[in-house]
Design a protein around this ligand. Sequence first.
Ligand SMILES: C[S@@+](CC[C@H](N)C(=O)[O-])C[C@H]1O[C@@H](n2cnc3c(N)ncnc32)[C@H](O)[C@@H]1O
Length: 216
Amino acid sequence: MLKEMTSLILKHTIASRSHLTPELVLRLITPACPLWRAREEEIPFKDPFWAFYWPGGQATARYILDNSGVVENRKVLDVGCGCGAGSIAAAKMKAKRVVANDIDSYAVAATNINAKLNDVTVETSVENLIGDPCKEFDTILIGDMFYDEAFANLLFEWLHTLNADGKTVLIGDPGRHGLTESRRRRMSLLARYELSPSSCEENNGFTHSTVWMLNK
Ligand SMILES: C[S@@+](CC[C@H](N)C(=O)[O-])C[C@H]1O[C@@H](n2cnc3c(N)ncnc32)[C@H](O)[C@@H]1O
């Protein structure tokens, strides 16, 4: 099964460095791939979120690559890892342990492919960890997970519990509606990045992306 998933991913994606972290090479579906403009029924994956490098995830990974201290020697959990870039950035910047987590097993397969391409090893998990105390971790990465209102409510409450338990929570987000003004008041802005105008289509029209840390 894993072998089939891996070959399907390799068949339909290309290796890309056209994003905010060109030092990472990632297998993605880009406008250069036939699937980019395919009709829904032609796509062999259900909701292939892992095949895109979302602007929130790009910002989180960029921040880690430029500020290794946030992950160095830390035990990092990347929730909703998608293509795995946040985890790969953390592994490159010498995190003690990195677990890439996503409920989509294709995301985990894509993360393993991308980790190998970037010469790092990450652990993976397909469990739904929302609500879990995550005792083995001290740093939580979130890349672009505030796109759905109901899920944003669940996620934010859980992240606050983890933060109150002493964990560092980093959130990459391009301005999704789930990251409301009242939520932003409970976080500190760490960085704001301009996204390349040439990748506007890939970034869903977003021109900037940001990284936040939940306030202690
Ligand atoms: C918008 S994508 C972001 C992917 C990646 N972080 C990035 O920024 O490129 C959201 C990801 O969250 C995953 N996801 C959704 N609900 C989840 C949950 N409860 N636990 C873990 N992953 C989840 C989806 O499968 C998807 O891969």
